[in-house]
Structure formats: structure tokens, C-alpha cells
Design a protein around this ligand. Structure first.
Ligand SMILES: [Fe+2]
Length: 181
């Protein structure tokens, strides 16, 4: 398996915008947090690398998101199970590969949600989620005009896949992002 540093280099090979690189790193760290929390601590590196790589094709091939990724990842020697995980995060949107593993469901649930939390953090005087409460995140979640690109239905669907209450998913993802804010 490649290392975290190699995964970041691979992400940077196809992504030059800071926003995209940061997003990969944030989702990676969030997955690592959930791995440890959900009893998959021995797979934490694996989860984080999937998170780092999940949007590898998005900057250059937005129209072929999740379609171009397998080719790029295969070229880099990434394993088929990691490719499955990456492609499954676009389930119902740009892929028909269903998230099956817990890791895949967490990726599906947290991808849009980390974006929402990040956008909400930027609205705060602190520019950080470190002092954000669940209540204010819920308000942002309900405000459809706020960060409209973050698909609330995907987040709801992700919580369902994980058999989690929506509030619980919001709280845990917020806690994850606070842990490395
Ligand atoms: Fe993403």
C-alpha cells in the first residue's frame, strides 16, 4: 500500500488548486478519525489514503468524475479495493457502485458534510470550526441557500447507510474536524 505522503503527491499530480488538495487532506483526516472511533484503528492509514484520493479526477475531469479516477489510480498501482471505495463515493450521482464497507459509507456521508462544515467555519470570526456548536451547524444545514453546492440529501442518505441519526453524524464529523482544526 502507498504511504500517506505518496497519496498526497498523487493527488497533487492531478490537482493544483489549493481548495481541492485541502479537501482531500481534510476528508482523509476525517476518515482516520472515524476509523479509530468505529473500531477500525488498524485500518486507519488505509481509510485516510482513500479519503485523500477520493476526488483525484475532479479538478481536471469534472464531467468524468468517478469515471476517470479508476484509470488514474490503476496507473499509479492503487489496489482494486481502494478504487472501489473511491468510485462508490459518487453513488447515485456519477457512479452506480454502492458503498458497502463501513469505510465507504463514512466517505459517502462525510464528503459533502466536511465541505459544509468548512464553509460554515469560514463565516465565523475565528475562521475555524474549533468553537462551532452542533446547534449552529444544524442551522447551516437547514439553510438551503448556504453552501448550496453541499448536497444535504447525500448527507442524509449517508447517515441512513451508517444507521446513524443525522444529528449524530453532524456531531461526530464536527468532532472529527475539531480534532485537527
Ligand atoms: Fe469530495
Amino acid at each position: 500500500m502507498i504511504t500517506r505522503a505518496e497519496a498526497i503527491d498523487l493527488l497533487k499530480k492531478y490537482n493544483k488548486e489549493e481548495f481541492h488538495i485541502e479537501h482531500g487532506i481534510t476528508v482523509g483526516k476525517t476518515l482516520r478519525y472515524f476509523a479509530e472511533r468505529l473500531g477500525f484503528g488498524n485500518e486507519a492509514d488505509y481509510w485516510e489514503i482513500v479519503g485523500i484520493l477520493h476526488d483525484i479526477d475532479f479538478e481536471l475531469w469534472p464531467e468524468e468524475h468517478c469515471i476517470k479516477a479508476p484509470e488514474l489510480l490503476k496507473d499509479a498501482g492503487i489496489s482494486d479495493d481502494m478504487i472501489h471505495a473511491v468510485v462508490s463515493h459518487g453513488y447515485g450521482l456519477c457512479s452506480d457502485v454502492k458503498p458497502e464497507l463501513t469505510m465507504e459509507k463514512v466517505l459517502f456521508a462525510c464528503d459533502e458534510l466536511t465541505g459544509l462544515i468548512g464553509a460554515a467555519a469560514l463565516m465565523r470570526p475565528s475562521k475555524s470550526c474549533a468553537d462551532m456548536e452542533l446547534k449552529s451547524l444544524k442551522k447551516k444545514f437547514k439553510d438551503k441557500r448556504f453552501a448550496a453546492g453541499c448536497d444535504r440529501d447525500v448527507i442524509r442518505q449517508g447517515a441512513e447507510m451508517l444507521n446513524m441519526e443525522l444529528d449524530d453524524l453532524l456531531q461526530q464529523t464536527l468532532d472529527a474536524m475539531k480534532s485537527f482544526a
